[in-house]
Ligand binder design. Structure first.
Ligand code: ZN
Length: 77
């Protein structure tokens, strides 16, 4: 069974090697590197994204795709 989350080898945001660690984005389903995870945590909409995910899980939606990636996080450096 191939899961796109684990199949990805590089971070879709910055191109870093995901062998160093990966997490699921809070804004969408991207597998992102730890540096990009930190960038998400500093984003003003991060709390909103977490709340929306929590609300979806409480409503029984385990495949919540996220609230959408803010354009300023999607940018590659
Ligand atoms: Zn990254």
């Amino acid at each position: 069974m191939s899961d796109p989350f684990f199949a990805a080898r590089t971070c879709p945001r910055c191109g870093a090697d995901l062998a160093g660690g990966r997490t699921m984005s809070r804004f969408n389903t991207d597998p992102i590197c730890l540096a990009c995870t930190e960038a998400e945590r500093r984003h003003p909409d991060y709390a909103k994204a977490c709340e929306a995910e929590l609300a979806a899980v409480r409503a029984g939606d385990r495949n919540f795709p996220g609230i959408g990636l803010p354009p300023d996080l999607a940018r590659r450096p």
